[in-house]
Each structure stands twice: as structure tokens, then as C-alpha cells.
Design a protein around this ligand. Structure first.
Ligand code: SF4
Length: 663
């Protein structure tokens, strides 16, 4: 008999779903009053898979565009503002097409927290349609692992250790899945339960753990019949992970509809995913590890470490180097080629991994392989870093062009939909991801215009040439005037921790509200506790959160309702271009004559829009955005600044009038 999970998962899912949809229903009613939808035949066709009874304005158009994209086997970039209900809108035509043509939907997100709304929507669809919607809700294997002996390892080491435990029958959770090469009775009972209605990954983990079964491989089994897979970007964009997922779950790219949520994150996430690096500590660790297996190799690696230490004294803080820089240096130093060294490292790492579960030789082998194989879409950088005051070398192979992977994956799929509330300029994302022929669509915001005001304060800036105590004091004075005179929760986002630190003391001196100051060392639990405490001030006169654009709270956290009514964005988060950024700029200038825009300005302003967007998360929310930097009034930035922005030296009277009108 199956053991129940401590979460009593069925009830939990029910509760979450009811709560979420009660709010969504209220919002939908509020918006649909302003426009009636004409339910044409193409819309009626997908209604069985639409989570709600009625559509919001713009949802109908998004549904039709997604349906056409899937029919034409194309790619759609959709700039769909928050509140439009894009998850439900995109799922309806995708599920319809997938069920008719036996396709699988891959709904990919950049954060695990974004899975919840997708699975909640699928629960609603299953209920409304009376049909089963088989789902595979997948996160990283390490995060799903319930074997406490191994889930503390790094991702790379963990994968290897898990493989070995399984091949030697040493993980009881994996063994429990099988019974003499067939699925065990427990596994079959769990599979039947999970297939009854879409299950959140947390519930799968909890129930599998209670029954002594590996949740990750249970989820893989669910994948075989899944109509929709909810996963992270890397599950499809990492070749090795995709191949193994497809093999186990019997999927293929050509039979997949790929939906990328929060697609503005895709270029940077793919660049990170494809990049690799090492440092002198890693090299010496590999030298030590190889000592007992291969003295000659160990000595060669030590020489390499010393070479790096000498080299970083000859360069400025960082320098671009060519592939040959390392190859010719190693050739003069070593008695074997880099390719041979990789083979030796792999042999040693196999033995070490078997015993220790992690290996410095394995990491160095990965790095050397990347150094050897990556082409002109990558840049090689050597830099001097410091640890406890001592200099060490950092060497990296960094991806410049995410299209090396995205073009290959997204254009080979049956159809691909990339959507976000901040996907402007659409042309840039299509170019950067290598999909220049895609359809580009922008949908109007469903928010009543009267619910939001945006102001630009022009006598402030965080330009490097203008940074001074006088400037910081002026910025603080503007912030204080606004937060001390409005009874709402406010977030002030700075372009960096350094600017936050410079302005913070002026704000602390005269702020009349409780201050919440972001600390970059916060753990996940500390962040949650911090934000929950901040939220409680929303209906008690308000508090002030000081954070950083691109930090912990400017993206990913939902501040619906009274929780956040005003966002101040200080400055423009443009860092001093480093070697890597300069290479990005050069690349996009050569290819699209858009170097500064694609490589520097647009990514920074997308982060600003994400931060500013925290204040209005649902169509019944209302709030104020204030941009404190003269550059927001420049024409070069106009395409990123909200249309309703008004430039005004002192916005307080207008802000107060706005909040009073809503009271
Ligand atoms: S088989 Fe499952 S439980 Fe065992 S180590 Fe691998 S992921 Fe963890």
C-alpha cells in the first residue's frame, strides 16, 4: 500500500489552485468589462483547453497567433505584458495542436518558482475539459534527489555519482523503482496516481520520498506519456541533458512545441550555460589529485599553474587571449599535447569519481575540452582575481553568441513560442537568438491606464563622470521626499551595491519608514523571510526596501496588491564595459550594426523594466514608477521607457494626487 506524503498532496494542490484562480477570476471580470471578445470559430476550437470561461482583451489575439505559428511550424516572439494571462492563452492552442498531432509541449522557464502557475493552469484545464492532461514537472536532478549522501555535491559531480550508484545498485531509491527489470508495484501505483491529474514537482518529491522511490526517475517515467513537460531552459538547451531526456521519455525535437517563458532571460542564460572556466586553485587541485596516479601529469599541471601565476603579473586586470596562447605555451612546457592530457585527466577522474564522488581532474578536463573545441562565437579571457589579498589567475571560455545553440534547437522544433512582458526590442531578441525570420508581435497592456503613473526626475544621474557626494545626497533627497510623504510600500532599486552603499547613509539619516536593505549574502530562506516581513507593512503605512536592479528582489518575486505600490529606479545599471562586454558590443556591431544597443544598453534597460514592473502584477493593481536619471528622458532610451512617462522635477504632488484619487 502507498504511504501518504507528509504534504497530503492532493489537498494541497486543490488549495493552491482554488486560491490562485479566485484571484485570477476577479481580475478577468474587471478587465473584460472594457472590451467584449468575438468568439470566432478558431477561438471556439481551442476553448476546451482554455483554463477560463471568458477571455481577456488581447488573449484572443495571442491565442490566434500561437495557433497560426504552430500550424505554420514557425517561431513567434510575443511581447505580452504582465496581466494579459499569457500562460493560459499560449497553453490552449498548444494543447489543442499537441493532442491532434501527437506532439509534446515543452514549457520552459528560467526559475523553478515559475512552474507553479503553469501546473495550476493545467489543473484548471483538466478540470474544465474533463480530460487528462499528462504532465511531467521537472527540475534539476540534484534538487529532486532524496538520497542525502549525494545531493550535497556540485551538479557535475552529482550527475557522475548518481550514475555510478545506479550502475552498482547502490541507491535504494532507484532500486525501489524496479522489480526484476520491470516497474515495481509501488512505482506502478504512484504512476497511476500522478497521471490522474497534473502534479506539482514538490508533490512528486514528497510522495516518492515517503515511498522510498527516486522522484527524478519517477518523473522521467511520467515523461513517457506526458503531453506537456514543464522544465528549465537547460533541459532542452544543454545537448547532453536533452539527449538523455529525449531518449528516456521517447521525445524528439521535431515533435515538440517549445514555449519559452520570460524569454528576455534566454540569451544570458544560454551564454552562461555554454561558458566554462578554471583558476589556479582548480589547476593545483587537479595536480594534487593526479599525484598518486600519474606523477608526470601531476608535475605538468603544477607547471601550468605556475605559468598562469606568472602570466597574470604581465597583464592588466584582464585580457582577451587567443586559443593559441594556451596551446603554444603548453606545447613549449609539456611533453604531450593538450588532447592527450585530456585523455589522461579523464582516466584519473573516472577512478577518483568512483571513490570520492567528485574530481578536480574532471573539472579541468571539461575546461580544456571547451578551450580546444569552441570557435569564434566564444571569447577567451584571462584575469587577475584576489582571494584574501593574494592574486590568482582566472581563465575562461565565454560564449558571446547564444544562437549557436538556440537557433539549432528552436528552428528544429515543430514550433517555438518565446514570450515575456519585457521582450523589447523584439527585433533584437530575434537577431540575438539567431531567428531573424521569426514572427514578432506586441500585445497591448490590459492594465487600465489610469492605474499607473510613471515619472522621470531629470536632475539626477549615476553616470560615472557625475558621481559625487552631492549627486548621492540629491538622489537621497528625492527618494526621501517621496517615501516619507506617501503611505505605501516602496522599493528603491539601485544600479549596483556600490551606489546603494553610497546613497544608503543619506536615506538612513532621515527616513521616517522602516527600512529593509537587501544583502547579497542572503540565503534563500533569509530572502523569503525578509520579503514576507516587508509585505506586512503594505497596509500599515508602508516601509522602504532598498535593493539592486538584477539583485534578489527586482525579478522573480510577485508583489501583487498592496504589497508594493511604488518603485523608484535610481540610475541606469550600465557597468563599465569589461573585456567580455566589449567583445559582445564588437560582435553585434559587426553582425547587425547594433553593438552598443544589443551588447550594452538593451540588456541593462530590460533589467530596469523588470524592476519597475514589480509594482503592478495584476490588472487590479495600481502603482507609481519613478525613474531617477536624466538619461531616461533621452531619445536613445525612449523605446524602453513606459509610454506614459512624464518628466518632472518634483513628482510628489502628482504622486499624492494619484494615490488620493484611488483612496
Ligand atoms: S537515483 Fe535518484 S535518489 Fe538515487 S542518487 Fe540518483 S537522483 Fe538521487
Amino acid at each position: 500500500m502507498l504511504k501518504k506524503s507528509s504534504h497530503a498532496f492532493a489537498n494541497k494542490t486543490q488549495l493552491l489552485t482554488t486560491k490562485t484562480y479566485a484571484r485570477m477570476k476577479d481580475e478577468r471580470l474587471a478587465v473584460t468589462q472594457s472590451k467584449s471578445i468575438l468568439y470566432t470559430a478558431p477561438l471556439r476550437r481551442v476553448m476546451e483547453f482554455f483554463a477560463h470561461e471568458t477571455m481577456r482583451p488581447s488573449q484572443d489575439q495571442l491565442i490566434l497567433d500561437v495557433a497560426a505559428t504552430i500550424k505554420n511550424k514557425g517561431v513567434l516572439f510575443a511581447q505580452a505584458p504582465t496581466g494579459l494571462g499569457k500562460t493560459a492563452a499560449v497553453l490552449a492552442p498548444a494543447l489543442k495542436a499537441a493532442s491532434e498531432h501527437d506532439l509534446t509541449i515543452f514549457f520552459l522557464t528560467s526559475r523553478h518558482t515559475q512552474h507553479k502557475i503553469v501546473v495550476d493552469t493545467l489543473v484548471q484545464i483538466a478540470k474544465k475539459s474533463g480530460k487528462k492532461v499528462p504532465v511531467m514537472d521537472l527540475i534539476g536532478r540534484r534538487a529532486m534527489c532524496v538520497n542525502s549522501d549525494v545531493n550535497v555535491l556540485s551538479s557535475r559531480d552529482f550527475g557522475e555519482k548518481c550514475r555510478r550508484l545506479r550502475s552498482t545498485d547502490s541507491c535504494s531509491y532507484y532500486s525501489e523503482i524496479w522489480d526484476d527489470k520491470k516497474l515495481s508495484e509501488t512505482t506502478r501505483a504512484l504512476l497511476t496516481g500522478f497521471r490522474q491529474e497534473p502534479s506539482h514537482v514538490e508533490d512528486v518529491i514528497s510522495l516518492c520520498s515517503s515511498n522510498g522511490v527516486c522522484p527524478y526517475f519517477m518523473t522521467q517515467l511520467l515523461g513517457k506519456k506526458a503531453r506537456i513537460v514543464v522544465a528549465d531552459y537547460y533541459h532542452l538547451f544543454n545537448d547532453t541533458i536533452r539527449d538523455s531526456l529525449f531518449e528516456f521519455a521517447h521525445k524528439s525535437l521535431s515533435n515538440s512545441i517549445i514555449i519559452i517563458d520570460e524569454a528576455h532571460n534566454l540569451p544570458s542564460r544560454i551564454r552562461e550555460l555554454l561558458s566554462d572556466s578554471t583558476n589556479t586553485f582548480g589547476v593545483y587541485a587537479a595536480a594534487k589529485e593526479s599525484e598518486t596516479f600519474d606523477k608526470e601529469l601531476s608535475e605538468m599541471l603544477r607547471e601550468f599553474g605556475e605559468f598562469l601565476e606568472r602570466e597574470i603579473l604581465l597583464i592588466p586586470q584582464e585580457a582577451r587571449v587567443e586559443r593559441e596562447w594556451l596551446l603554444s605555451s603548453l606545447e613549449s612546457m609539456w611533453s604531450m599535447t593538450l588532447g592527450d592530457v585530456i585523455i589522461h585527466l579523464d582516466r584519473i577522474s573516472e577512478k577518483v569519481l568512483e571513490k570520492e564522488g567528485k574530481s578536480a581532474c574532471a573539472n579541468l578536463s571539461h575546461f580544456f575540452s571547451a578551450w580546444l573545441s569552441q570557435g569564434s562565437e566564444f571569447v577567451r579571457i584571462v584575469s587577475r582575481e584576489y582571494s584574501s589579498g593574494k592574486a590568482y589567475a582566472h581563465v575562461s571560455v565565454r560564449c558571446l553568441d547564444p544562437a549557436v545553440t538556440t537557433k539549432n534547437v528552436l528552428s528544429r522544433a515543430h514550433a517555438s513560442i518565446l514570450m515575456s512582458g519585457t521582450l523589447k526590442p523584439l527585433r533584437m531578441y530575434a537577431d540575438v537568438l539567431g531567428l531573424s525570420n521569426a514572427t514578432l508581435k506586441e500585445y497591448p497592456s490590459p492594465f487600465p491606464k489610469k492605474n499607473k503613473r510613471t515619472f522621470i526626475i531629470p536632475d539626477t544621474t549615476t553616470k560615472y563622470s557625475s558621481r559625487s557626494d552631492t549627486q548621492y545626497a540629491r538622489i537621497a533627497a528625492h527618494c526621501l521626499r517621496l517615501v516619507n510623504n506617501t503611505p505605501v510600500n516602496t522599493a528603491v532599486f539601485f544600479p549596483s551595491y556600490a551606489v546603494l552603499k553610497s546613497v544608503r547613509s543619506y536615506i538612513e539619516e532621515s527616513c521616517e519608514k522602516t527600512l529593509f536593505i537587501e544583502d547579497r549574502s542572503f540565503s534563500k530562506e533569509e530572502k523569503t523571510a525578509f520579503i514576507e516581513r516587508f509585505k506586512t507593512y503594505g497596509n500599515k503605512g508602508g516601509a522602504v526596501l532598498l535593493g539592486v536592479v538584477g539583485g534578489s528582489f527586482s525579478e522573480g518575486y510577485d508583489f501583487a496588491g498592496d504589497v508594493l505600490r511604488m518603485v523608484l529606479v535610481v540610475g541606469v545599471p550600465l557597468g563599465k564595459p569589461d573585456v567580455y562586454t566589449n567583445e559582445l558590443i564588437k560582435q553585434y556591431e559587426t553582425r547587425f550594426s547594433q553593438g552598443w544597443n544589443y551588447g550594452y544598453i538593451a540588456p541593462a534597460l530590460t533589467r530596469v523594466l523588470q524592476a519597475a514592473g514589480r509594482t503592478i502584477r495584476s490588472s487590479t493593481d495600481s502603482g507609481v514608477i519613478v525613474l531617477l536619471d536624466e538619461r531616461y528622458a533621452w531619445s536613445a532610451y525612449a523605446q524602453f521607457v513606459p509610454d506614459d512617462a512624464v518628466t518632472v522635477k518634483d513628482p510628489l504632488p502628482l504622486v499624492q494626487k494619484f494615490f488620493n484619487s484611488l483612496a
